[in-house]
Write a protein that binds this ligand. Structure first.
Ligand code: TXA
Ligand code: MG
Length: 384
């Protein structure tokens, strides 16, 4: 299959879409309506869209991604009017959350209506719905005239795509089209909250944080057990996607985690312990003859560079087999979220055999970032 690339002239996330780009989106919308698959940008990550009401389209999505078919898809809408037809009823909590966070990076799980096929929901009686904020996503869904099922547009198990180039890498030749609308701004997937029961339950952390959900609902939001520890093989998690090794680079990865303190003196001490531990682990892997990648932060990059490129450095003799990449400042989760998946993919590109990554604070958006990083590392975390 020849995958058509609709490259938009302007990478718009807000404001008006030019006439020329509207024509491209119209074509892409028609492909969706007719059952074809189109990858498109959203503010979180790129999605692989198909008509959510067609069994065949959902099946094709699973096939294109190589995704197990018990892992349900998120259904995307462009307007609140499109919600009631998809669900049994709109729970009061959903109406409240939609009011505050839609359009945006929030997905809500509700009991599904009959028009949503089980092929879309992975056999569940619930459906996950999201209204993206990205102008291109919103317009494409509107123009398609149908609700759009869209998982992240990566081959199953790989890091989610945050650019059209990532989608091309994974899905070229497997789907009808890709809309190139520039990089996704947020960079990690939407928050998922389950509203199908009595208590709201956070299934996946994202840019709408737990604190924001609790404040909006003026009540506690529970944490899905799968968030806190790896699940036993025989337990079926609420969000079936949680059980798979995910967001993962090809190379095995470990995370070195330190508690991040407010006090500046403590921070410096922590960073020394953190980098010491990382260097020790890198040294070990390099000694075994492996090509090693370090995912660090702006604050620590110099420390590693010194050890790698200085003649007296602990890693000097391995300088040709180490790749070092910063995901951003430790103080700036927004930038780290934006860069994370691209850095994981860059490590793949460099064909490293083993990755040592620094953990960051788990507060606010850091919780979502660390959730993805831990999955990428198969929960392999060393606390210092
Ligand atoms: O930001 C996002 O949510 C992106 C963009 C494209 O919108 N989409 C995305 O989809 O991340 P995906 O398929 O990669 O992740 C969807 C997650 C999976 O973990 C899946 O198990 C869960 O949502 N999910 C979907 N429907 C569900 C349901 N009815 N009940 C519980 N979990 C559900
Ligand atoms: Mg995904």
């Amino acid at each position: 299959m020849n995958t058509h690339i609709y490259k938009l002239n302007e990478y718009i996330t807000s404001g008006d879409i030019s006439e020329e780009d509207m024509e491209k989106l119209n074509e892409a919308g028609e492909i969706l309506r007719n059952g074809g698959l189109v990858a498109f940008p959203t503010e979180t990550v790129y999605g692989l869209g198909g008509n959510a009401l067609l069994k065949k389209a959902s099946k094709d999505i699973y096939a294109a991604k190589g995704r197990p078919s018990d892992n349900p898809l998120i259904v995307h809408i462009s307007d609140m009017d499109e919600l009631p037809q998809l669900v049994e009823t709109v729970p009061e909590m959903a109406a409240k959350l939609a009011d505050s966070f839609w359009p945006g990076p929030l997905t809500m799980v509700m009991r599904k209506s009959d028009i949503v096929p089980y092929e879309t929901t992975g056999g569940l009686d619930t459906v996950a719905v999201r209204m993206p904020e990205h102008k291109v996503a919103n317009m494409l869904i509107k123009l398609s005239g149908v609700p759009v099922a869209a998982p992240s547009a990566n081959i199953s198990g790989r890091p989610s795509p945050t650019t059209a180039a990532h989608c091309i890498e994974d899905l070229s030749g497997r789907i009808e089209a890709i809309v190139d609308g520039g990089a996704s701004s947020i960079g990690v997937e939407s928050t998922i909250v389950d509203l199908s029961g009595e208590d709201p339950v956070l299934l996946r952390p994202g840019a709408v944080t737990l604190e924001m959900l609790r404040a909006c609902l003026s009540r506690d939001v529970l944490l899905d057990p799968a968030l806190e520890k790896p699940l036993d093989k025989d337990i079926r998690p609420k969000a079936p996607g949680m059980k798979y090794r995910h967001y993962a680079p090809k190379a095995p990865m470990i995370i070195i985690q330190t508690e991040y303190k407010e006090d500046l003196l403590d921070q410096e001490k922590d960073l020394t312990e953190l980098t010491d531990c990382a260097i020790k682990n890198i040294e070990e892997k390099c000694f075994e003859g492996l090509k090693t990648g370090i995912i660090c932060s702006d604050e620590t990059k110099e420390i590693y560079m010194h050890e790698i490129y200085n003649k007296e450095g602990r890693l000097y003799k391995y300088r040709n087999t180490i790749e070092i990449m910063s995901a951003g400042s430790r103080m700036d989760e927004i930038t780290i979220a934006h860069n994370l998946f691209a850095v994981l993919r860059d490590m793949d590109e460099k064909s490293v055999d083993f990755i040592v990554a620094e953990g960051i604070s788990q507060k606010k958006l850091g919780y979502a970032i660390m959730n993805r990083m831990k999955k990428a590392a198969g929960q392999h975390v060393i606390n210092v």
